[in-house]
Design a protein around this ligand. Structure first.
Ligand SMILES: Nc1ncnc2c1ncn2[C@@H]1O[C@H](COP(=O)(O)OP(=O)(O)OP(=O)(O)O)[C@@H](O)[C@H]1O
Length: 485
């Protein structure tokens, strides 16, 4: 959000008027009669200040921004004979803001070696609420239209392509010749119309190769309005009659609408969804983007400090004070073709990627990598443990199964515990073969055990012998002699 910049310029006074002036200027404040009537502004230019200084203080920056694609509007406001035309148009002795801006604009463009520019100009006046083309005097009563592409525009207004300040000023001179100027009691050359001098600045990146990756064919289009308003006037003072009176009433009416628009905006009407009467006059409708819209705007309020015009000066300062509270929303005006849009997005992605890879994100990247590694290791460990657990379960099941089988076998064998005699030797042998096949130890008790020991030896498996004491020594001897153990 950008506030409207408001400066006040006091025109020189005659020595008599200077003596009786009720106004005092101190810094950027101006006081009327007593300190309670104090007005503060961004800048106050005293009577002796030169237009070049007025131009440098704010308009230069607006011109520079316009080259960068931002809309800009500067207008001179004030009562008749207060020095508006002197400020905006000036003379050959002291050029005004318009010729100074035009020269500066071309100088600044020269510095922009990476961009190419196309400049157009138009010049119109609003006379008795009718829009006339000053570059094509036959174009009269032009209409205002609005479209999404162009915004608010004057249909049929001639735009001349220009390539030098001299060319611009020449066209301007042509327009001046067709402007409505009239003599009043207050000003020999009183402007009877509002004039809007406009420069349309189009630019784009200079490219050797249109299709080069890093080229961007986005076009910036900005409008710079330099406005010289007609002065508010009192018929009693100007002595206006007939045509002059009619002109004066139209001037006053449109200035009144301008005042109302500024008042509404300063009260925040637009942001609160309230009605701002832009359409009540051609002037406010054309200047709409500059008033609370998309433009850098500056107002130069011209005043006279003479006692006799104190009321008009007060009213001008009130208007200027309200304008101080108006904010605009300024953004660069860029038109993008589809190709340009794609290129721009690609560029943005590349820039973001470069940023991500920059020093700032190195540390972050490393940390992310470490975290990822840790996570991976944890997952592997978890898998390993799960596998081990599974194996363990299988082994346990196998063991359980084996134990169960063994228990069954023991049970079977228990039922086969022998109480043999010589006739049962064949059965002993069968049993041994069975034990060999089943890989189980044989539990034996009873007589004739030596014969079984012999068989065990032959079939090579160990045996547990539980024998009656009487048999033990005898058997041990036999076992030793057989096995050599
Ligand atoms: N700062 C100044 N220094 C010298 N002369 C000035 C200054 N301001 C105004 N004048 C002179 O005062 C006269 C009236 O000024 P100008 O025509 O610029 O007033 P204006 O506000 O445009 O009036 P109007 O609204 O009637 O067109 C002119 O002769 C102009 O040269």
């Amino acid at each position: 959000m950008e506030r409207i910049n408001v400066a006040v310029r006091a025109r020189p006074l005659s020595p008599e008027d200077a003596k009786t002036s009720p106004w005092r200027i101190s810094g950027n404040s101006i006081v009327f009669a007593n300190p309670s009537n104090k007005f503060d502004f961004d800048r106050i230019f005293r009577e002796d200040c030169k237009t070049a200084e007025v131009y440098e203080s704010r308009t230069k920056a607006i011109v520079s921004a316009a080259i960068g694609g931002f809309n800009g509007t500067v207008f001179a406001y004030g009562q008749t004979n207060s020095g508006k035309t002197h400020t905006m148009r000036g003379s050959s002795v002291e050029p005004g803001v318009i010729p100074l801006a035009v020269h500066d604009l071309f100088d600044m463009i020269q510095q922009e070696i990476d961009r190419e520019f196309l400049l157009r100009m138009s010049y119109m006046e609003i006379y008795n609420e009718e829009i006339n083309d000053l570059l094509a005097p036959e174009h009269r009563k032009l209409q205002i239209h609005e479209s999404i592409e162009r915004g608010i525009f004057v249909a049929g207004l001639k735009e001349e392509i220009v390539s030098s300040p001299e060319q611009v000023l020449k066209f301007m001179e042509f327009g001046e010749a067709h402007r409505h100027i009239g003599e009043t009691n207050m000003n020999l050359h009183s402007s009877r119309s509002h004039t809007i001098f406009r420069m349309i600045i189009e630019s784009r990146d200079k490219v050797e190769d249109e299709y080069a990756e890093n080229s961007c064919d986005a076009v910036r289009v900005s409008v710079l309005n330099l406005v010289d308003l007609a002065g508010s006037e009192r018929a009693a003072k100007t002595g206006a009659e007939g045509v002059r009176l009619k002109e004066g009433s139209h001037i006053n009416k449109s200035l009144m609408t301008l005042g109302t628009v500024i008042k509404k905006l300063s009260e925040g009407a637009e942001s609160q969804g309230g009605h701002v009467p832009y359409r009540d006059s051609k002037l406010t409708r054309i200047l709409q983007p500059a008033l609370g819209g998309n433009a850098n705007t500056a107002i130069i309020c011209n005043i006279t400090l003479a006692q006799i015009h104190a009321d008009e000066t007060k009213s001008s300062l009130m208007f200027a004070s309200r304008a101080l509270r108006v904010t605009n929303c300024v953004h660069v005006n860029e038109i993008l073709t589809d190709a340009a849009l794609l290129k721009r997005q690609k560029k943005e992605i590349e820039e973001l990627r470069a940023k991500l890879q920059g020093s700032h994100s190195d540390h972050l990247g490393e940390e992310i990598l470490n975290l990822r590694n840790t996570l991976l290791q944890s997952e592997l460990e978890r898998e390993r443990i799960a596998l081990e657990l599974e194996e363990e379960k299988k082994a346990q099941a196998k063991r359980d199964k084996m134990l169960l089988e063994q228990a069954k076998k023991i049970q079977n064998l228990s039922s086969m515990v022998l109480s043999s005699n010589r006739d049962e030797i064949t059965d002993h042998r069968k049993l041994l073969v069975f034990c060999k096949l089943q890989k189980v130890n044989l539990l034996m008790v009873g007589e004739y055990t030596e014969l079984l020991v012999l068989h065990c030896y032959i079939y090579k498996f160990s045996i547990l012998l539980i024998l009656p004491i009487s048999h033990r020594d005898n058997l041990c001897l036999k076992y030793r002699s057989l096995t050599g153990i």
